[in-house]
Ligand binder design. Sequence first.
Ligand SMILES: [Zn+2]
Length: 500
Amino acid sequence: METGGGNSLPGVGPDATKRKVCYFYDPEIGNYYYGQGHPMKPHRIRMTHSLLAHYGLLGNMQVYRPNPARDRDLCRFHADDYVAFLRSVTPETQQDQIRALKRFNVGEDCPVFDGLYSFCQAYAGGSVGGAVKLNHGHDIAINWAGGLHHAKKCEASGFCYVNDIVLAILELLKRHERVLYVDIDIHHGDGVEEAFYTTDRVMTVSFHKFGDYFPGTGDIRDIGYGKGKYYSLNVPLDDGIDDESYQSLFKPIMGKVMEFFQPGAVVLQCGADSLSGDRLGCFNLSIRGHAECVRYMRSFNVPLLLLGGGGYTIRNVARCWCYETGVALGVEIDDKMPPHEYYEYFGPDYTIHVAPSNMENKNSRQQLDEIRSRLLDNLSKLQHAPSVQFQERPPDTEIPEHDEDQEDPDKRDDPDADMEIGDSKHGDDSSRNPLSNDAQTGRIKKENMDAELKDLVAQNVVGDHAQPVVPTAEVPGPKSSDISPMAVDEPVSIKIEQHN
Ligand SMILES: [Zn+2]
């Protein structure tokens, strides 16, 4: 079943080609609550959804309620005992599990709250479901609840519990020889980089604030290891970066990445904490500047998964992801907002766009030029696309599809929700975790996919035993030491449940 045919409206300008877009939204997502004073607010996803509904954008794409990710889906990347812990822990019983809380880094930045596991299942289900849709012919899939890039194989980190991005990329690797990951959150995309640090099948590119800032990783010298050398790219930035400075790096770098790497699919983490005025961030991007990254990656006409991520001034997060949904659809939405249930959040102007601040841009022209030329130089060491892309897809798996009913979910009216003075620390953990590159793919039926799986194993993306990596002095980076045998499980088929 489809709504609106799934094709976007023709937009204006040179890149107005229609795209078949699908969008994942769980109407319960806004009810999950990290706790008083915590800056991460799932309510922002509901605000975004409400804006999309009132701008009339939902009718231009297929809308799905994600099927919750199952234990075994999560265990394709995460450790069994970690997943079992997330499933069982509750706010009432957590005091009986002090050691486990500590071991899995759950408690402070990543608190135990009611429905924690369902929350993880919902946001991961949306990202994996989006990847399945891209594997089955959609051009763009959107899951604003996803993008939780800090989660590790057996550890929560930076408000993230399970790494939906790694899971989605593993799904895309079933169909695509190479997958590109791009991260424009203000924080380094450490969990994703770490998972794929030693493979040339996934290239990770992260643009982030670097220097005395959470999570502490993402040095320009971290470039990948072994077969993955030159397949991790880190773009370290300083406070106050504006649209022009940002795009002076983003476009040349991503243009060259697309030319050299030739990915079969792209995952773009659209963390909105890189916007001007973010409660935890310190960049100075406008929504147009942020969205320019979406516009640019979309212009390559490669299957694109758009995910959320950070974003702590929630009225601006909703503005940003609504506008970027329009960009995905090829629609330029009106600046003036339609009245809707969260309208009061957006005063006094009630517009999509807000002016960036006059804060100082600490990124000098010279620094930016140096970063760009150094990264372009690294890219030139990367050979042209390592092997021929698959031209044929194996037959699609049957996936039942049902429409999200598009009713407004429960409201939690809290216009000042993004005004709280938070104290959650983000910035004191710069330790590097062992590389967890034992993510596992599902069993794949087609012969060419068997070959692909062997390749994955050979490259240690999906397990097998790899040698610990000893970082060199010149190339500090994530270490590989935590490798467990591959367990191949059943293919993941994402069922779409009817809401109601
Ligand atoms: Zn962030």
